[in-house]
Design a protein around this ligand. Structure first.
Ligand SMILES: [Zn+2]
Length: 100
């Protein structure tokens, strides 16, 4: 199997070579602030459920569900966004071999 981006021979488990992974890592630091809205959304959902449920007269134990829902929202957004950024990176950047 070769790198799906630049067709190099040696690949990492992600399907890209170490060189492309390094370039993606450097590129992805422009979007490091993504984690803010992802963690913020998860925390907001956890607070809404965890603090809202007792306000509505429901069991405070629902706070546990709120935390789980918030954490899985955060992780889901994180995975989805990283996948989207990888696609963006593939579409907008040239592998070193193709640079003029
Ligand atoms: Zn590569």
């Amino acid at each position: 199997m070769s790198c799906s981006r630049c067709a190099a021979e040696a690949v990492t488990p992600s399907g890209w070579c170490a060189d492309c992974e390094q370039q993606h890592y450097a590129w992805s630091r422009q979007h490091a602030a993504d984690i803010l809205w992802q963690a913020g959304s998860g925390a907001a959902l956890a607070m809404l459920v965890g603090l809202g449920a007792p306000l509505l007269g429901l069991s405070p134990l629902l706070g546990i569900l709120g935390v789980l829902a918030g954490a899985s929202t955060f992780l889901g957004l994180r995975v989805w966004s990283q996948r989207r950024r990888r696609q963006q990176f593939l579409a907008t950047s040239l592998p070193r071999a193709y640079l003029p």
